[in-house]
Design a protein around this ligand. Structure first.
Ligand code: FRU
Length: 495
């Protein structure tokens, strides 16, 4: 692949060429190698002819593109989304001589059916053979897809969550051998509905301040998200091996941007450790028409790897906190900016950063508890075209944050919404309040994480000329309020 294009992300994964959508089959092996498979059409920059592409990484930023892992069995079939597990105990019988066998569980899509099938790998996930007994699960339905399998230790069973997409229902199945599956429960019509449920994930996850882990059930919906197209919602709750019970009746979304879909959690991370996820940074409303196709011959990337856990937040209750996985593998040692100010402004060119990618962090501290005023904005601008990507924080009257991609000119589409915003309360302490945002801008993707990842947003954007300056401005702040702004160049993981 040629990763030098002006819109090509440099610290995010994107396919060598052509069209990518959902992350699939993510697992970490016993040597600590992360495997990412993905929905891949290797013959076009639009969806169709779906395969499982493959890449591996030691640090989740430097990826090695591997040969395509799973091919459709015939011309009328596609390999749709799914998951992978390591069958350490040879429950499947595929691996009599090893403890590192990998089984992929995915949907075979044909014009009239969607069924769940297996392929297995004796070489650690690089090449796969399809199981002659496929399919292993069917429902006489053309809308039954995206199996995600995990191991449930208390009952020593495999658990599959899979979507009856247009019935807005997640089916739960269990199995001893991955080949025979028993239907054990349904999770139906919860939270936001949209037109279809897709890509469910069930994951055991730590809950801050509590020794017992909890569970998160993530459900992607498409189309029909409140802000249009595709979005992912999640439910914190408990799981007893057959039934998932949400903590409450709330609908929670995992990202307030419009470009974070079909996220998946890596298999193989213990439930008492923070879970790691990746999502597709696009939206079905426009993913197949974004300008990277004609300009550079590829479409779509994955989000930053994110570290996830649950936290109890005042009034809101259980919240999925998502922050970037350790960026040190790609971060420059010296800061471009590291400044503390009250009301003021800093304006810095980063045209010297050859990747065009930055990590930034803005911490606002010593905010009084009453009569709060002021704003803090940051703008990424192209010195050549004047295009800009803006974001900003209004401390009052509400504690609210916005992102505006409307002044980036390289893509015009009625569904490519300009503005996103969220309310994101201050962090209280005894005598003052604080607030923070960190994020990464990477040529055509912006990701922000507020208050350590209590809220996050993923926003794609397509400038005609590279953005190359950052301006941070704070004004109207109460006396004594401090703004600490730090910006670091990121090193390309693809150069
Ligand atoms: C979600 C999805 C899945 C399906 C795959 C096909 O983006 O529609 O439901 O398996 O993409 O590429």
């Amino acid at each position: 692949g040629n990763y030098s294009g002006a819109l090509r992300p440099q610290v995010h994964f994107s396919p060598p060429k052509d069209f990518m959508n959902d992350p699939n089959g993510m697992f970490v092996d016993a040597n600590g190698t992360y495997h990412l498979y993905y929905q891949y059409n290797p013959t076009s920059t639009t969806a169709g002819n779906q395969h499982w592409g493959h890449a591996t990484s030691q640090d989740l930023y430097h990826w090695i593109n591997q040969p395509i892992a799973i091919f459709p069995p015939n011309e009328n079939s596609n390999i749709y989304s799914g998951s992978a597990i390591v069958d350490v105990n040879n429950t499947s019988g595929f691996f009599p001589h090893q403890n590192n066998g990998v089984v992929a569980i995915y949907t075979i899509n044909t014009p009239t059916s969607q069924t769940q099938a297996l392929s297995y790998s004796t070489d650690g996930g690089y090449t796969f053979q399809s199981y002659p007994g496929n399919p292993v699960l069917s429902d006489n339905s053309s809308q039954f897809r995206d199996p995600k399998v995990s191991w449930y230790a208390p009952t020593q069973q495999w658990v599959m969550v899979v979507s009856y997409a247009q019935a807005l229902t997640i089916g739960f199945f269990t199995s001893d051998n991955l080949k025979e599956w028993q239907h054990v429960s349904n999770f139906s019509h919860h939270g936001l509905l949209g037109d279809q449920y897709e890509c469910p994930n069930l994951v055991e996850i730590p809950m801050e301040g509590q020794t017992e882990p909890m569970y998160v059930l993530a459900v992607s919906i498409n189309p029909g998200a409140p802000i249009g197209g595709s979005i992912t919602q999640y439910f914190p709750g408990s799981f007893n091996g057959t039934v998932f019970t949400p903590v409450d009746g709330a609908a929670r979304i995992s990202d307030f941007g419009k470009d974070n879909y079909a996220g998946q959690f890596f298999y193989g991370i213990p439930g008492d450790q923070n879970q790691i996820s990746l999502a597709w940074t696009s939206n079905w409303q426009y993913s197949q028409v974004v300008p990277t196709g004609p300009l550079e011959g590829w479409r779509s990337s994955m989000s930053l790897p994110r570290v996830n856990y649950l936290k109890n937040i005042t009034r809101v209750g259980y919240d999925l906190v998502s922050a970037p996985y350790d960026l040190s593998a790609v971060t420059d040692a010296t800061a471009l900016i590291d400044k503390s100010m009250g009301n003021g402004s800093v304006d810095v060119s980063y045209s010297t950063v050859s990747s065009g990618a930055l990590y930034f962090q803005i911490n606002i501290t010593n905010i009084p508890v009453v009569n709060i005023t002021g704003t803090a904005n940051f703008t990424f601008r192209s010195s050549r075209s004047g295009e800009s990507l803006r974001a900003g924080y209004f401390l009052a009257p509400d504690s609210a944050f916005f992102i505006d991609r409307g002044n980036v000119k390289g893509f015009d589409n009625p569904f490519f919404t300009d503005k996103f915003s969220t309310s994101c309360p201050y962090n209280p302490s005894a005598s003052s309040l604080s607030w923070s945002v960190e994020g990464v801008i990477d040529r055509s993707i912006l990701e922000v994480f507020i208050n350590g990842g209590e809220s996050s947003a993923t926003v794609s954007f397509f400038p005609e000329q590279a953005l190359d300056t950052i301006e941070i401005t704070s004004s109207g702040l109460n006396p004594g309020v401090r703004v600490n702004a730090a910006v670091y160049g990121l090193n390309s993981a693809w150069a």
